[in-house]
Ligand binder design. Structure first.
Ligand SMILES: Cc1cc2nc3c(=O)[nH]c(=O)nc-3n(C[C@H](O)[C@H](O)[C@H](O)COP(=O)(O)OP(=O)(O)OC[C@H]3O[C@@H](n4cnc5c(N)ncnc54)[C@H](O)[C@@H]3O)c2cc1C
Length: 461
């Protein structure tokens, strides 16, 4: 066993002076982490703290743009344990709740301080270029050999399915890395999940997103100024997230069928979608775009396994759920924290590796299911009705707020109340079934007409 080495002085270093045509440089490390986003930097930091020699490779250079700017209250204790909470406070916008606009220009506000089990009661919105750089630099400060502009190209496995060596490339040429454990935290690239054929589209929930940053988007008043606003539209949902530089992150998530209607005019499509909802139309009236418009295609997926001998997937590299409730960064960092614990256990006692990883996967899957249940139903008329006039019978509304805060792991008082919410949902769905069916049918016909119009236009010379 490689002895734990606690400091940066013992980093895994390649031979100096290698050029593009030279022989690959060889590196040995205990843990190789692929990807320097929140999942990768957190896993790397916590393993280095436990005394392991950790190499963290990021293909880009921080600061770099990334979507996913709104954090959850349950992320705050993780930031505190990492020792970066105050630094994040300094770059963030205070987020006290989530707004769900209802008719007549009003908002239903779910304040996090009403969550069932207390907790932080707040979170932050962050510009990800700043946040991710902060976490990456912090990892380096904690003894991680954190390198930027190094792309991992390939992982070779031996006959037992264990990573034999990893090939990466930087400006000076090729690196060949041997590690006792390889963590794939490459985000939506899902390097290992793709290579091993584990990645599969989520058939239950297909959506795409169009998003950008805008200036001149008024904020809500008073304590609500930092709330995330989440609106339903005919074909999905919208977000408005206030950022510290005065801009607002704005995006529309929609069905792939609806996205096809954009006819190449991506910003016009985004604005049309925003204008279809009263609350966002009002806020976007004088908006001026600042930065490119991004499109992310069909995006929900998961990998059939989370780990194998000597390797594991962490964060988006394992699974991606629709970020409707701003859960992505929290899920990635929560996963990272627990993965670091499991990997540490596996390195100390390799015979326990499979059991530790199985237990971790079971645990994470259970919590994720709570988010997914709401996400799959969020745009349904039933959920619309329940969110428009929430009732706190048996503290069920507070349990929903806890879910919105991310409190779905190890949370028995929250989870049994969420079961009651499901019963309320089922009863309400039965009651409104006829009108719901009618509106679903009208929506389908609307999309078909739009697509038929596209086809006719394409045929017209
Ligand atoms: C439209 C949209 C909106 C979202 N909104 C929110 C939100 O409001 N709140 C929220 O919490 N989450 C949100 N998310 C989700 C959030 O972006 C992710 O869940 C989060 O970034 C996951 O962190 P990660 O570290 O797993 O992956 P990432 O943050 O993607 O980090 C992966 C890193 O790996 C690097 N990498 C990839 N391949 C390689 C390679 N071969 N070699 C080396 N490095 C590599 C990448 O450059 C990247 O830096 C949103 C996502 C989308 C698509």
């Amino acid at each position: 066993m490689t002895q734990p080495v606690p400091t940066a002085a013992t980093r895994a270093d390649g031979a100096a002076g290698a050029g593009p045509d030279r022989a690959p440089r060889a590196l040995d490390t205990d843990v190789l982490v692929i990807g320097g986003g929140p999942a990768g930097s957190t896993t790397a930091t916590l393993l280095a703290r436990r005394g392991w020699k950790v190499l963290l490779l990021e293909k880009e250079r921080h600061p770099r743009f990334h979507i996913g700017e709104s954090l959850l209250p349950m992320n705050m204790p993780i930031l505190e344990r990492l020792g970066v909470l105050e630094q994040v406070r300094a770059i963030g916008v205070l987020k006290l709740g989530a707004d769900f606009p209802v008719e007549g220009g009003n908002y239903n506000v779910f304040r996090f301080d009403r969550a069932l089990r207390g907790g932080a009661g707040y979170a932050f919105h962050v510009k990800r270029e700043d946040f991710d750089k902060l976490l990456f630099d912090h990892a380096r400060g904690e003894g991680v050999d954190a390198r930027e502009a190094v792309k991992v190209e390939r992982v070779d496995f031996d006959a037992s399915g264990r990573p034999k060596q990893v090939h990466a490339r930087d400006a000076e040429g090729e690196l060949v890395i041997r590690a006792r454990h390889v963590v794939d935290a490459s985000g939506r690239d899902a390097l290992l999940g793709s290579k091993l054929g584990l990645k599969q589209r989520n058939r239950r929930h297909q959506s795409a997103a169009v998003f950008s940053h805008y200036r001149n988007v008024p904020r809500r008043d008073g304590d609500d100024a930092g709330n995330v606003t989440i609106c339903r539209h005919e074909h999905g949902w919208l977000w408005l997230i206030p950022l510290s530089d005065g801009t607002t992150s704005v995006g529309a998530v929609c069905s792939p069928d609806y996205l096809k209607q954009r006819r190449g005019e991506t910003e016009a499509f985004l604005l049309r979608t925003l204008n279809s909802v009263e609350a966002s139309r009002e806020r976007m009236r004088d908006a001026v775009r600042e930065g490119p418009v991004h499109v992310t295609g069909n995006y929900a997926y998961d990998c059939r396994r989370m780990s194998g001998p000597g390797w594991s997937l962490v964060g988006d590299a394992w699974t991606f759920v629709d970020p409707m409730f701003s859960s992505g960064v929290f899920l990635a960092m929560n996963h990272a924290e627990r993965a670091a614990e499991a990997i540490d256990g596996a390195l100390r006692d390799p015979a326990r590796e499979a059991a530790l990883m199985r237990a971790l996967e079971r645990h994470l899957t259970r919590g994720l299911k709570e988010f997914k249940w709401f996400i799959y139903r969020f745009t349904s008329p039933t959920m619309k009705r329940l969110f428009a006039s929430p009732r706190n019978v048996l503290q069920v509304e507070q349990a929903v707020i806890s879910m919105l805060a991310g409190d779905v792991f190890d949370a028995r008082p929250v989870l049994w109340r969420l079961r009651i919410f499901r019963v309320i949902y089922a009863v309400t769905a039965l009651r409104i079934a006829p009108s719901a069916l009618r509106s679903w049918w009208q929506r389908r016909r609307g999309i078909r007409r739009g697509l038929a119009g596209d086809a006719m236009q394409a045929e017209t010379p």
